[in-house]
Write a protein that binds this ligand. Structure first.
Ligand code: 26W
Length: 795
């Protein structure tokens, strides 16, 4: 142990004593964990203070990324890596017989998000801090994160995720920066000094309390902030009721008010129009925008120049009330005129669209809205009125129609930039979904292909591969991910490929052990690990994957000597609790798994595993061990995907439809280094109206056999269990083109088998994939946002 490690060790023992009141010999895991976090906080806070001083002194433009979701995962080890002290810490703890790994496992995931959109926000925070963008997150501190999933008899059962149980060492509560948020009531208009003023009265209010989480940049001494808002009732309880002995009713108001931050909505498939969700959305933007304005004014800056110093980005439409809220503050509180306020607002706000699935597009019933947010409603009405006056035909573009407020329309009209998240997605927005807007505002539209934090998704989660890369091409790639391309030179180098093979084999062994522990299934680490992990959705087509597995099973039963390389199909993912069909898909996967894994005739040629409770940290364990990455959504439906990027970066070969960012991945690696299948976007649109799935069902015996097995007792005694899946495909004429793409998918899977048999070629492909994954680092994505949308400085 060197001097620095020894110093760290002493500091740690001191931290145990002064922050936990314990000595090492009687410290519990909780003590050891919190003592470590508290010690690391000291290092972080030092830089946090400095960073904020620099931002103020240089009067740098600040970016605020508003999102209802931040899917952060664990912070301990990633903070250590970014501070550059992971090895020091690990060695020092080892001396004390403490395993850093164990403490990492002990930490709860910060699971404040559903899936792609929330994880993207987290990756963006990492990149902003690491490439010197003064950018901060604004979100909600939900008491309960995304639910925990248990699989019981093959069914998904949801349990609450009380992630705050242990106390969160990464946050600082700032009671003194509380903001009052007003709901309900009415708006009185009167003239004051010849000026129309709006007075919100008889409202109900709650307090928004900020909790700041430091976001540590990679070895650059920068620390940005994720500000999460929690709620507090204005009155603890009703004292009159309390003295009358009505203890329950005395706290009813408090409980009602505090429900706002209780839970994250676990649905990313359907917009539900629920009052509580609208309250959450307004709560976030009201507190968020007001605290930005407060800070701005404190620095003595001129409000008419607001947009030159502040950029507000809205992650999908969920925070789009930031538009009328900023208008309200500028007009009602700061006395600006409409036109000036409107220019400032538009120039401040930018918007990212993350889905074209029409059922997920937010709209609010005007009666519900008007009641809850009377002043905000008036402002939206006025924005809409002026828009209609300016634009002739507003059939699809007006904000208010059919008694609904359309949040996407508000977001486009009230911002200066609208971006899609992959090239195809942006083209579909411009040419189809939002084409009427594109005609009106061609210059607002732009593409920003998503990216991933390569430091979490390679450096942290796959240390063996990261070391191999650094030994081969140096460490520049950690700060400059494009440098990964230097690896391409080594694609024919048998020494490197052998090493890569060993790394992958090691990661697969680790995952096998985890699966054996968690699922009691023994899998062969030398089999092909074929992985589909993501939210369970019909459009993501876990069904197509499992249909191929059933087909393969049928084939093996017919031909027990079938010559295929053994394969393990690994699934993980959660279904929205109210999404019936997605839950059926989970049950189907588990039913097929039980059947195949226990059938001796299969002779372990194939195995199926469903890993429960998918999360960021589980993904970090699965992805490094993957050989085949399943990215098989119905074309046009997956806006981008980001899992696809994580897999390629870890040397998996992708089997993919031409959808979302898959197209850009294919371009980056070349068609020899990815396996593509299925119809393309043009064909998808051309087929609408003419496609008849029964033609395929009746003519392709393989398809018929697979589909029939859902309802004929082959998979389960209960003939009704999978009937809904069966008939949803037949009744909706195979809305997601599963049967249409089936043949092409089977061929692609056969191609994978062939390619894998040539191990040398396979490893070459893996090297090429890693080498070309650098452009998908969110560092690059953030450069583009910084330059082209936010107009802020960066490294
Ligand atoms: C209102 C309910 C709701 C909640 C969340 C509807 C829709 C959402 C999100 C927009 C769904 C989402 O996470 N979209 C994903 O965003 C990722 C990041 O851009 C993309 O990579 C995925 O393709 C897209 O599905």
């Amino acid at each position: 142990m060197n001097i620095i490690e020894n110093e760290f060790k002493q500091s740690y023992i001191r931290s145990l004593k002064i922050t936990r009141g314990k000595s090492l010999c009687n410290a519990t895991t909780l003590d050891k964990y919190l003592a470590l976090c508290n010690l690391i906080r000291e290092y972080i806070f030092e830089n946090w203070v400095k960073t904020n001083e620099i931002y103020e002194e240089n009067s740098e433009k600040q970016v605020y990324y508003f999102s209802m979701e931040f899917l952060m995962g664990k912070l301990l080890v990633s903070n250590l890596i970014n501070l550059g002290i992971k090895d020091i810490c690990e060695n020092a703890l080892k001396e004390l017989n403490i395993s850093l790994n164990e403490l990492e496992e002990f930490e709860d995931d910060m699971g404040l998000g559903n899936g792609g959109l929330g994880r993207l926000a987290a990756c963006f925070l990492d990149s902003m801090a690491s490439i010197d963008v003064p950018g901060h997150g604004i979100g909600i501190r939900y008491n309960y994160g995304f639910f925990k999933q248990k699989i019981v008899n093959g069914y998904q059962i949801e349990h609450p995720d009380y992630w705050l149980e242990k106390e969160n060492p990464w946050e600082v509560k700032r009671q003194d920066e509380a903001i009052r948020v007003k709901f309900y009531g009415n708006v009185k208009m009167e003239y004051k000094d010849n000026k129309l003023v709006f007075i919100h009265q008889d409202y109900e209010s709650v307090l928004a309390i900020p909790y700041d989480v430091p976001i540590v940049g990679y070895k650059n001494n920068k620390v940005n902030t994720l500000r999460l808002w929690s709620v507090k009732a204005e009155d603890e309880f009703d004292y009159h009721m309390f003295s009358r002995g009505e203890y329950h009713r005395a706290v009813e108001n408090k409980l009602n008010a505090e429900a706002i931050c209780n839970t994250l909505y676990p649905d990313d498939s359907h917009e539900k129009g629920k009052l509580l969700r609208l309250k959450q959305e307004y709560f976030l933007v009201c507190a968020g925008v007001k605290s930005i304005v407060n800070q701005y004014k404190k620095l003595g800056k001129d409000l008419t120049q607001f947009h030159k110093h502040i950029a507000i980005h809205i992650n999908d439409t969920h925070p789009s009330l930031a538009i009328p809220e900023l208008m309200r503050i500028l007009i009602d509180e700061e006395g600006l005129g409409w036109d000036q306020a409107w220019e400032i607002t538009k120039n401040t706000i930018s918007y990212t669209n993350h889905t074209i699935m029409s059922e997920a597009l937010e709209k609010w019933d005007i009666n519900l809205f008007k009641k809850l947010l009377p002043r905000i409603f008036m402002i939206i009405e006025e924005i809409d009125r002026r828009f209609r006056q300016e634009i002739k035909n507003t059939k699809n573009t007006s904000i208010i129609s059919d008694n609904n407020i359309k949040m996407a329309n508000l977001s486009i009209i009230g911002s200066h930039s609208v971006n899609g998240v992959a090239q195809l997605h942006t083209e579909i927005l411009k040419k189809k979904e939002l084409k009427d807007f594109y005609i009106i505002y061609p210059n607002k539209f732009n593409n920003k292909t998503n990216g991933i934090a390569h430091r979490r998704w390679l450096l942290k989660c796959n240390p063996l591969l990261a070391d191999l890369i650094s030994q081969t091409i140096g460490t520049e790639w950690i700060c400059d991910p494009i440098r990964l391309v230097d690896l391409a030179k080594f694609k024919k180098d048998s020494y490197i490929k052998e090493k890569l093979d060993l790394v992958k084999r090691n990661n697969k062994l680790n995952l096998s052990k985890l699966i054996s522990r968690k699922n009691s299934i023994n899998i062969d680490p030398d089999s092909i690990f074929d992985v589909q992990i993501k939210r369970i959705h019909e459009y993501k087509r876990q069904t197509l994957n499992i249909f191929n597995v059933i087909h393969l099973y049928n084939t093996i039963l017919e031909n027990p000597n079938l010559d295929i390389h053994p394969r393990t199909f690994i699934f993980s993912g959660k279904a929205a609790p109210g999404y019936f069909m997605a839950k059926k898909i989970i049950k189907l996967i588990n039913t097929v798994a039980d059947k195949i894994n226990n059938d001796k005739r299969v002779k372990d040629k194939i195995k199926v595993v469903f890993m429960e409770d998918y999360s960021v940290s589980l993904a970090e364990k699965i992805i490094p061990a993957c050989d085949v990455s399943e990215q098989i959504s119905t074309t046009t439906k997956e806006a981008s995907g980001t899992g696809n990027m994580k897999f390629m970066m870890n040397g998996a070969i992708t089997i993919a439809t031409l959808d979302g960012a898959n197209i850009e991945i294919a371009k980056a690696v070349g068609e020899d280094n990815i396996v593509l299948f299925g119809i393309r976007a043009k064909e998808f649109y051309d087929l609408q109206g003419s496609y008849n799935c029964l033609d395929i069902y009746n003519n392709d015996l393989r398809v018929k056999k697979v589909l029939d097995s859902l309802v004929n007792g082959f998979l389960t005694q209960d003939h009704l269990e999978f009937e809904p899946l069966y008939s949803s495909i037949i009744k909706n004429n195979d809305q997601y083109f599963i049967l249409k793409d089936f043949n092409s998918y089977i061929n692609a899977q056969n191609k994978i088998d062939k390619l894998y048999k040539n191990k040398d070629k396979w490893l070459e492909m893996a090297v090429v994939n890693i080498a070309h994954s650098g452009i998908f680092s969110s560092d690059n994505t953030i450069y583009e946002y910084a330059k082209e949308i936010w107009n802020v400085s960066c490294r």
